[in-house]
Write a protein that binds this ligand. Sequence first.
Ligand code: SF4
Length: 157
Amino acid sequence: MKILVSACLLGVKCRYDGGAKPDARVSALADEHELVPVCPEKLGGLESPREPSEISGGRVFGRDGRDLTEKFELGARRTLEAARRAGCRCAVLKERSPSCGSSSVYDGSFSGRVVPGAGLAAALLMADGVKVFSEETIDGLFETEEFKNESNRDAQQ
Ligand code: SF4
């Protein structure tokens, strides 16, 4: 099946610090599935490297205080378009990112504190019915109907 994936989890150097966060379990999904890499922040027009950003009061700010909400919203919309175009109903996105986090995000104080919540792209995908997991909750993907149906189909072939 087609799975939307944060590009940085596949080794693409698109993070704010110019690096990637490759994850072996996420990359291994490519053995059986078609992965659709996206970086919502790049889709929103942000460069890599860039200022780190966090969500505060429903908006997104760079550490330098710049309000980047519009770029994050644009990136979220383009990510949803990419998911729809490709037909992805499941996603594995990087936890704690202000775009990709699905269970938790940094609290806006740039102190490393984490709070429950979702990044803008993950929230928009979830509102559209996409099942969003992270590299830390990837086991949940294996329990979805979509994943099980795909595995059953493969077994019958
Ligand atoms: Fe990775 Fe998402 Fe951040 Fe892009 S926006 S670098 S894909 S966590």
